[in-house]
Each structure stands twice: as C-alpha cells, then as structure tokens.
Design a protein around this ligand. Structure first.
Ligand code: UT7
Length: 334
C-alpha cells in the first residue's frame, strides 16, 4: 500500500568543523596505515571539533543557521526542532533546547531523539508526522554528533572511523505528491552489546574506575556490526520498495548512512542499483553518526531533481535500522 505523502523537505543546511584529521595524522597516533584505512573503510579524512569550549549543540546551531540563511526564513517561523544525537551536550536536558536558545527559535518547542546512526531517519519520520497531522507547518530535523568526545584515540578499532558534523532539514506540508512516502524501521535490543558507550548512563554512572577502564568511549565489535548493517539496510530497502510497488530502478538516489564504503557498496549491489545512483561522502567526513544522511543531502543537493525518488537507509547502535522512501521536491531559496 502506498501511503499519501504530505511532508516534504524544503531546505537543507549543514556544518562541518574546519579542523581535518587525516589518515597520515592517525599514522602518527596509532599503529595503522592509510592504505589499510582506505581499503577497509573508504575514509581519507574526518572533521574534528577541536575547540574544547564547543559541543554538539554548536554544530547543530550552525547547521540550522545555514538552513535559515539558505531558505530565507526567520527564526520565529519555526514550530518545532528535533535533534537526533547520541552525543548530547548534557545527559539531563535536550541538546535541541540549547539549539533553540543559540539560534533564537523563540516559537519552537524542541526535543532530542537518540537512535545513534539511525537517529536522523527516525527523527525525520517523527517530524514528518507532525506536519502530516496538520498541527505544525515548519519543522526542523537535525542530525548532529560530536563523536570525538566519545572516541579513544588510542583504540585503532574505532578512532579511524568517526568524525564530527551536523546536518539539518526543513520539513513543510505539501499538497503535491512529494515528500515522505513511507518508512520501514526495525529495532533489536539484543544487538546492544556490540556497539555502545558502556558507562556514563544510569546503568554505570561515572566513577574513577569507569574512567580508568575507558568505559566512556565507543566500543564496537566491528565484524558483527558490519554483517548486521548490510543485511538490515538491504532488507528494509527491499521491503519499502515492495510495499510501495516500486522497482529498484525506479529509485534515482540511494542515500546510505556512511559507516564504511564496503557496507555501502554491498547494499547497493544487493539491491541491484547502479553505483552512480549511490551517494558517498565518507571519504571526507568518516562516520558522523546521526549527521551522515543530512550531510549527504547537504553535499549533493544540487544533483537532486524535482520528483526524484530516493531511499535513505541507516543502521546503528541498538541495534536500530531502517529505510525511508521519499520524493524530492523543490528547495526554498532566500
Ligand atoms: O555506524 C554504526 C555502524 N558501524 C558500522 O557499520 C561499522 C561496521 N564495521 C566496520 O566497518 C569494519 O568491521 C571495521 C572497519 C571496523 C573493521 O574492518 P574489518 O575488515 O572488519 O577488520 P577486522 O576488525 O576484522 O580486523 C582485521 C585486521 C585485524 O588484524 P588480525 O586480527 O587479522 O591480525 C585487526 O587487528 O585488521 C586489524 N586492524 C587494523 N589494522 C590497521 C583493525 N583496525 C586496524 C587499523 N589499522 N586501524
């Protein structure tokens, strides 16, 4: 069954820090080499928010300001802001409320969503539902993560992978057959041990021992996550195509979560999608968790045409994963 679409993306903004951590830099920090990193992950460099006085909310703020500038909207027109992040500025209080203050979104209510790498997709569908319900007219959804705050730069299994950044989209109502068509999401908490930050939450509050044991950093069982990511993204992409009676060749663009270019290529191959329809920017940013998909939309927005069919797909901690089908519309201009 094809669901009626009525919430469309009308603006895209983004922000990445200026500071670049490239593979040669990492060669000086850990036992690794650029060739290994490129051939196993596709990553050449990542952006790092190195100013200790800044945090996830600052990157989200700059992405939202960029969005407002390019759409020509004023801050007081925004009804709601949802920030997808797993690196909030604080454990208690939403990063979204800080963004509201820093941007000056005086009429918006705001909250966070934590679904790790799938956070943006989940938040986008939630934001679209607010529009489809008819009560809200302008919703901003942000994906933002400062992964450098939770990375152990002595752990070569993880520190080569992640970077910092933020992307934002504006969603508005439309009477045209555009925008969000359908989403298929899955969550399986049995996968939680394979990708997590073990301490700092209510299960294991911070103690000198937890800090000494490096439990406040990302821990990942890469091989398990790798396989689950390929299967999960492929299955949900196929399911959303089937539910909407679409063939893979009806899809103009696949926007996958950027965790590993081998995962991305495997998903594209399993779906039978020509490689030139798959958007990849992992070489420049690494894995920015909730920011990868909106940063792809921001980077490649000039390529997307009115009426293009797109699938956005992600897999991440939780485990959480899914695929969203949408039709590209027209972006506002200032
Ligand atoms: O965004 C959330 C979802 N996350 C993901 O999707 C990430 C999924 N996982 C991955 O992308 C990959 O598993 C990694 C990139 C993390 C690792 O690639 P891999 O091909 O699975 O490598 P591996 O973990 O099986 O390790 C292969 C070898 C090992 O050596 P031995 O045991 O074969 O001697 C590792 O110790 O590569 C070694 N290795 C490294 N060598 C050089 C691991 N990390 C490095 C490194 N540099 N940075």
């Amino acid at each position: 069954m094809r669901l009626k679409s009525s919430a469309v993306i009308t603006g895209v903004g983004g922000y990445v820090p200026d500071n670049i951590l490239n593979n040669s830099d990492l060669e000086k920090m850990i036992e690794t080499n650029s060739e290994w990193i490129v051939s196993r992950t596709g990553i050449r460099e990542r952006r790092i928010l190195d100013d200790k006085s800044l945090a996830t909310s600052d990157m989200a703020t700059w992405a939202v300001k960029n969005l407002l500038e390019t759409t020509g909207l004023s801050a007081d027109e925004i009804d709601c802001v949802i920030v997808a992040t797993s690196t909030p500025d604080h454990l208690l209080l939403s990063t979204a409320s800080i963004v509201c203050d820093k941007v000056g979104l005086t009429n918006a209510w705001a909250t966070d969503v934590n679904a790790a790498c799938s956070g943006f997709l989940y938040a986008f569908t939630m934001g679209a539902s607010l529009i489809e319900g008819g009560r809200y007219k302008k919703v901003i959804v942000v994906g933002a993560d400062q992964n450098s705050a939770i990375i152990n730069y002595k752990d070569r299994n993880t520190c080569i992978l992640f970077g910092d950044g933020a992307g934002a989209v504006l969603i508005e109502p439309t009477t045209e057959d555009l925008g969000l068509i359908d989403s298929i999401f899955r969550t399986d908490g049995r996968g939680r041990e394979h990708l997590l930050v073990p301490a700092g939450g209510s299960m294991t509050p911070a103690t000198p021992e937890s800090v000494a044991a490096n439990k406040h950093y990302i821990h990942q069982d890469g091989r398990v996550v790798f396989k689950a990511a390929i299967n999960g993204m492929t299955d949900t992409c196929k399911a959303v195509l089937a539910r909407n009676n679409l063939d893979i060749l009806d899809i103009n663009w696949l926007i996958p979560h950027q965790a590993n270019y081998r995962i991305i290529h495997a998903v594209g191959d399993h779906l039978g999608l020509p490689a030139d329809r798959v958007k990849i920017n992992i070489d420049r940013y690494g894995n920015t968790t909730a920011a990868t998909i909106p940063l792809c939309l921001w980077d490649f927005k000039e390529d997307f045409k009115y009426n293009d069919n797109m699938i956005l797909t992600a897999f991440g901690a939780g485990f959480s994963w899914g695929a969203t089908l949408l039709k590209w519309g027209k972006l506002r201009t200032a």
